[in-house]
Design a protein around this ligand. Structure first.
Ligand SMILES: [Zn+2]
Length: 234
């Protein structure tokens, strides 16, 4: 067992993968505390799980073996694939979420997440562009881990794509239909319409989440696509 894991509490909620691991999905638990979340993630009646739960104090609890399919993403989609549970490692962060009082993520929790995520990404050779939030793969249903999640910090360690700084491509799209096509090309399920735009904003422009396709949002998406296609980010 990995030395980054403090304890293992096996969850019965898993089945066999149908795809190799190529993604990581980050969540918040939206529960009062880690014990409550742990009870739910290991309850056979609940039919939910994740590979790891990280408490606010930084305890890493392994629930499902990485080679098994945990049940965390639900109905979801990324870069053409609908079975995200089969393709991903799921990490739940103990946190009250938007429902119980949205707040900054705890430092100790992030200090535990960074090395765990680094190990996972290395072990499975996961592209940075495939380290995502639950809201990225289920934009019509989910908003976790939300706009206070410090993606910038993970990006410093090259564990996810950084937010584009220089928007050298400017604003290349002049209508929403073109934007949605590009958003789908990047990976999102766009059938939820403006919900997909909100999910994109939550991840890439959290200062304003309004579902509106404005010039800055268009420029950010175009820069992300450009960087990926030029091999600067995979
Ligand atoms: Zn989630």
């Amino acid at each position: 067992m990995d030395e980054l894991v403090h304890r293992t509490v096996p969850s019965p909620n898993w089945d066999e993968r149908k795809l190799p691991v190529s993604m990581v999905v980050l969540h918040y638990t939206e529960m009062a505390d880690a014990d409550t979340a742990l009870a739910r993630l290991t309850d056979p009646e609940a039919k939910v799980s994740a590979h790891y739960l990280i408490s606010e104090a930084g305890e890493v609890i392994a629930l499902v073996d990485e080679d098994k399919r945990a049940w965390h993403a639900g109905q979801s989609f990324w870069r053409g694939h609908p079975d995200i549970n089969s393709a991903s490692i799921g990490i739940e962060l103990d946190h009250p979420g938007h429902a119980l009082g949205y707040r900054e993520f705890a430092q100790a929790q992030l200090d535990a997440l960074v090395p765990l995520l680094a190990r996972i990404v290395e072990r499975h050779d996961i592209p940075r562009a495939n380290v995502v939030g639950h809201s990225d793969v289920a934009p019509a249903r989910k908003i976790d881990p939300g706009e206070l999640f410090p993606w910038d910090r993970l990006a410093e360690y090259k564990l996810c794509l950084p937010r584009p700084v220089k928007l050298e491509a400017g604003d290349p799209f002049d209508n929403d239909a073109a934007f949605y096509l590009a958003l789908e090309r990047f990976g999102y399920d766009v059938t939820g319409g403006h919900k997909a735009v909100e999910a994109f904003q939550r991840r890439w422009r959290p200062e304003r989440i309004d579902g509106q396709v404005d010039g800055q949002v268009r420029a950010i998406l175009f820069q992300l696509l450009l960087d990926r296609d030029q091999g600067r980010a995979r």
